[in-house]
Design a protein around this ligand. Sequence first.
Ligand SMILES: Nc1ncnc2c1ncn2[C@@H]1O[C@H](COP(=O)(O)OP(=O)(O)OP(=O)(O)O)[C@@H](O)[C@H]1O
Length: 221
Amino acid sequence: MLVARGLRKAYGPTPALEDAAFEIAAGEVVAVMGPSGSGKSTLLHCLAGIVPPDAGELRYQDRDMAAMSDRERSALRRRAFGFVFQFGQLVPELTCGENAALPLRLGGVKRREAARRAAEWLDRLEVGDVADKRPGEVSGGQGQRVAVARALAAEPRILFADEPTGALDSFNSERVMTLLTEAARESGAAVVLVTHDARVAAYSDREVVVRDGRTRSWATA
Ligand SMILES: Nc1ncnc2c1ncn2[C@@H]1O[C@H](COP(=O)(O)OP(=O)(O)OP(=O)(O)O)[C@@H](O)[C@H]1O
């Protein structure tokens, strides 16, 4: 579904990626691991078309992402990609239900239908009861589940998750990972999961380790 070869990216004199490779198939969960500063987030940002690599090949469903215009790339991100970050990044002025419906609304889905689909996903993530609350009124674990519901409600082909449980205790972390991977597998979405936590990586099918901007891949034990 997504294939990258020979990715390079430097921030000024600092190399972040040097000859990194990556691939992921539909329904696969791949953990990206490695020490702090090794290039994990940069790899995720390049794969998601957020940061343009300096060199290398990047193909989504056999389409060259480098050859796309900025507009095509952002349409692809909106339509086919979902995102979850360490801190849910919910919009504080909106209720959790409105937050979960937001990507659907931006994709042109009518308000009532978007609300219905968002509510279904909030229920699946066990946070249906906080739909009318604002993010400031819910716990970290609940907020993160809302963020996962928001990402999955839009039915992305690839979910990019950067330390999605980094701010959670171990109970919430395991629950969020279970719900996230179950939901992704059911919908056939691929998941690119950046984490430094081996317990989180254990939910993946395969691990890619980044060291000094270079990648190595193997099956999760
Ligand atoms: N926007 C930026 N401007 C300048 N340098 C950057 C930028 N983003 C990352 N870097 C540098 O690129 C290298 C790789 O960073 P990256 O964030 O990809 O690592 P990481 O493996 O995700 O780290 P962490 O686990 O600490 O989040 C580091 O040396 C970092 O300082």
